[in-house]
Design a protein around this ligand. Structure first.
Ligand SMILES: Cc1cc2nc3c(=O)[nH]c(=O)nc-3n(C[C@H](O)[C@H](O)[C@H](O)COP(=O)(O)O)c2cc1C
Length: 335
């Protein structure tokens, strides 16, 4: 279905300023402040999410590290994980004082350590605790910003329909769904029928998350599910222009990132990492590098060299050599 006007419309979550139907997904350890600043070079307005942080951490960390962001990252939603309510009021106050535009509860993370603590997707298997946490969040937020929830198809059993209805009943303003169960982690069959059933059963916006790499995929998923919004996650890894590429395609505006865009991004992103993380910045950047260079000629050899680099200076020297070779050969393929 190519419903042009649908893609030209914006959505509003909880009466907030209208935003594009496309937004970035939270990716812990990947879409951090430097990465969000990279995405902003291409996409100035789309909604973005923080990485998931536990309410206890946010309430108690001394320097408020998880609350640091650059002004350009707005509009920015803060994502909590929680397994208990003790620190929710304090964490909410800190997040709101830091200027985040909305709060999201993660009820989706499948990571064993998170699930063992009873947070993330484990909350979908513990509806009484999930209800207590959502109510406490609503009480603490007291209508100042919208609350939304990110869920999976279910924890072990698929109960997303029940959880989505519960979320709406306690006053959530949007449901974001990655339609796989916890054991399926981030691969396996996506349950589009389940998303369609949720869309039919609630009136708040349904945001879909999972495997969107280009506009045509989002179009297909919209036709199968009726979802209102679409998150882009792993497709942004090593391609911070991807959100713009997808949004541009949805608006019939030609855009494609070229070789020099990729080069510029690598250098700029390393700079931002060094600024944000200090001496550890180049180490953090290694996970991005592997993705940026995956379609460069001799990527495997360069990757080994870069991953072994022992200092920012050594990394920059190898990068310069790589960029020189790639420029000469002009063999880079668009991601
Ligand atoms: C490395 C990694 C980190 C993630 N971190 C978070 C997170 O902090 N919060 C969250 O709600 N989802 C997180 N997710 C899930 C993504 O937001 C998204 O739902 C999932 O990757 C599917 O979408 P995609 O195929 O577009 O990446 C993470 C996924 C990955 C692969």
């Amino acid at each position: 279905m190519n419903n042009t006007s649908f893609w030209q419309e914006t959505i509003s979550i909880g009466g907030q300023a209208a935003v594009s139907r496309f937004m970035t997904a939270p990716l812990d350890g990947v879409i951090d402040s430097p990465m969000r600043q990279m995405i902003r070079l291409f996409s100035p307005n789309e909604l973005m999410f923080s990485e998931m942080r536990h309410v206890d951490t946010v309430a108690n960390e001394k320097e408020g590290r998880s609350l640091i962001y650059a002004p350009c990252e707005q509009p920015l939603v803060f994502q909590f994980s929680a397994n208990r309510i003790n620190f929710i009021p304090k964490a909410v106050e800190r997040v709101l004082a830091a200027g985040f535009k909305a709060i999201n509860l993660n009820s989706a993370c499948p990571a064993p350590a998170v699930v063992r603590s009873g947070s993330g997707s484990a909350l979908m298997g513990n509806i009484p605790q999930l209800t207590i946490i959502l109510n406490e969040l609503q009480k603490s937020i007291a209508g100042r910003v919208p609350l939304s929830i990110k869920i999976r198809a279910g924890f072990k059993e698929k109960n997303a329909l029940t959880v989505a209805q519960l979320a709406q009943d306690v006053g959530c303003e949007a449901v974001i769904i990655h339609p796989r169960t916890q054991p399926e982690r981030f691969s396996g069959r996506l349950d589009f029928d389940l998303v369609a059933a949720i869309k039919k059963s609630i009136s708040i916006p349904v945001i879909y998350s999972g495997n969107i790499t280009k506009f045509e995929v989002a179009q297909r998923i919209h036709s199968l599910t009726g979802a209102d919004g679409f998150m882009i996650g792993r497709a942004l890894w090593g391609a911070p222009w991807k959100l713009k590429e997808i949004v541009s395609a949805s608006q019939n505006i030609p855009f494609s990132a070229g070789l020099s865009t990729a080069f510029d991004c690598i250098v700029k992103h390393l700079d931002l990492n060094a600024q944000f993380y200090g001496p550890y910045g180049y180490g953090h950047f290694k996970k991005h590098l592997a993705y940026y260079i995956r379609t460069f000629p001799n990527a495997a050899n360069w990757r080994t060299l870069l991953l072994r680099s022992q200092s920012e200076e050594e990394m920059r020297t190898i990068l310069n050599a790589l960029l020189h070779e790639a420029r000469e050969s002009n063999l880079w393929l668009p991601l």
